[in-house]
Design a protein. Structure first.
Length: 255
């Protein structure tokens, strides 16, 4: 069941659509609870693919059901006087309010989490890459969040042909077995982890937030083909750079 947060400082999402431009109904729960979190139980998960595939132990945590939207990010910008994404120009893009925020770098994501932590009194952060992959592959360690067969109608990828971001609740059938949406396609998502080789070792320095090395991006985007939206796909990103297909989601610590 969703873990609803009554403390998150976000505005009101756009009125529900009768349908989306695609062949599935949107997730209607977003319109009433845009700030849902899903609890992910502790367990072992497969990480990586091919020769890099290995099993890791992951502690329990809560993760946002959707990526951070422009609407949520607007509240952060207003309350913290943070620099808005460049594509907002001089005013907030109302037509993109329920789309994931883009043109944000890794440090913007950290700043958002710090603000959200201070606003709610609950520690928030961006996920490690093993947390992210556990959520995306689910309990059965599938290739895609919805299963092992690619379906271009289940995510905003190149094959779908939209050509830009889509609302975060468009692809209900994309949910992983943990009930988290938009894990692949739409945007690449920043992770806390430094981009380095496998196997994953949490204590080898790759989770050092003070290191200025390149960070892991996960999920693929609207610009990526089938191979780019596999749940195990990794990309490296310069933490100071911005992109029109890169955003993030947040993790909430379990007390």
């Amino acid at each position: 069941m969703p873990v609803g947060s009554s403390q998150l400082l976000t505005g009101t999402p756009q009125a529900p659509l009768a349908n989306t431009p695609f062949d599935q109904e949107p997730d209607q729960s977003y319109y009433e609870m845009p700030d849902q979190f899903k609890r992910i139980p502790a367990g072992r998960s497969l990480i990586g693919e091919g020769n890099d595939s290995h099993s890791v132990s992951v502690n329990s945590f809560e993760i946002s059901k959707y990526p951070v939207t422009n609407l949520a990010y607007q509240k952060f910008v207003k309350q913290s006087n943070h620099t808005p994404p460049s594509h907002w120009n001089s005013e907030f893009p109302q037509t993109l309010r329920d789309h994931p925020v883009v043109e944000v770098n890794w440090y913007d994501a950290l700043a958002y989490c710090e603000w959200l932590s201070n606003s709610t009194g609950i520690h928030h952060r961006i996920p490690t890459e093993i947390e992210w992959e556990r959520v995306a592959r689910g309990v059965e360690n599938t290739v895609y969040p919805w299963g092992n067969s690619f379906n271009p109608k289940n995510c905003n990828c190149w094959e779908l042909g939209v050509g830009w971001t889509t609302p975060v609740n468009c692809f209900l059938r994309s949910a992983s077995s943990f009930g988290v949406l938009d894990m692949v396609g739409n945007i690449w998502e920043w992770c806390s982890t430094l981009f380095t080789g496998y196997p994953y070792q949490a204590d080898d320095g790759r989770e050092d937030l003070e290191d200025d090395g390149w960070r892991v991006l996960r999920g693929g985007s609207w610009m990526d083909h089938e191979w780019g939206v596999r749940a195990a796909r990794r990309l490296s990103g310069n933490p100071i750079t911005f992109s029109h297909n890169t955003g993030f989601r947040v993790v909430r610590e379990i007390s």
